[in-house]
Design a protein around this ligand. Sequence first.
Ligand SMILES: [Zn+2]
Ligand SMILES: [Zn+2]
Length: 342
Amino acid sequence: MKGAMLYGVKDLQVEDVETPKVTTGEVLVKVKAATTCGTDLKIFQRGYLEKIIKLPAIFGHEWAGDVVEIGGGLEWPRKGMRVRAGNSAPCLRCSMCQKGKYNLCENMIWLWGAYAEYIKIPARMILVNMQEIPQHISYEEAAITEPLACVLHGVEEARVKLGDTVAIVGAGPIGLLHLLTVKKIGATKTIIIDLVDERLEFAEKLGADATVNAGKVDVVETVKQMTSGYGADVAIEAIGLPSTWEQAVKLARKGGTVLEFGGCPPGTEIKVNAEMLHYGELTVLGTFHTTPLHFRKALNLIASRAIDVRSLITGKMRLEEIKKAFEILATSKSEIKIAINP
Ligand SMILES: [Zn+2]
Ligand SMILES: [Zn+2]
């Protein structure tokens, strides 16, 4: 089969690799669409934590496809079924899982390999994190289940409520998924902050009530003005930089919540004003990844179009063009997600 092998930073080749062989309890899926994501871009541009993905490897983790082979001993799924799975499967037995913190599982299985013609699904993944896709949605839409699941988990932890004002730093795919989600929950004022006008215009099309270009105005000042001097009920950082983590802390009102969503490089430390934390009763929290429950919820929200993700796919490219796709993503101002079709 053809697969996009990543040997190291920016060293990506589409080549013939061996099609994975399935054994008992596993299935083989023909990938019909795999979407690009900030995490894949990060892996392409600067590598990633070894415990999550070890290069060389085929990367890509947001995908959907058809079951083509069943390794035996399985009552579900059946051959020909349209499915999505991954990219994580917690063990359900470790101390984190037993506390219900499935996203922090000590023995997590991660599944990569979506930028290829076929992907093998491990037994545990089939059990805890694989779903059938309804006929009326596309493979591309179903692939977005993974990032939406992460966003749902974050937004639930940050307790966004009906009537809230929400400020979101970053108008990339993750920032925009936060926007769609908090609007659905019933946030009445959403403010999106980014450096790129094209992205801010796109956020407006998706329903952002206000946008702020961080390169042109004082972000904290502007958001305060937009919120009668208070700041947002919830501020969400969806980029992953220490400077924007610190900025998000300054965007929330007294009694408000700051969700630090974007992952910063290892070793990063940030400064938080202790006065605001104490006298302002600010809640600052980080969230990481997501849980099987949120994967199921995300797919249901996509399928019902309660959260319509179709407009986030701004391009489609063949697997052979994947290197070009990532180069475009690294430089483009308007590309959100590119669907890779093997
Ligand atoms: Zn992703
Ligand atoms: Zn576990």
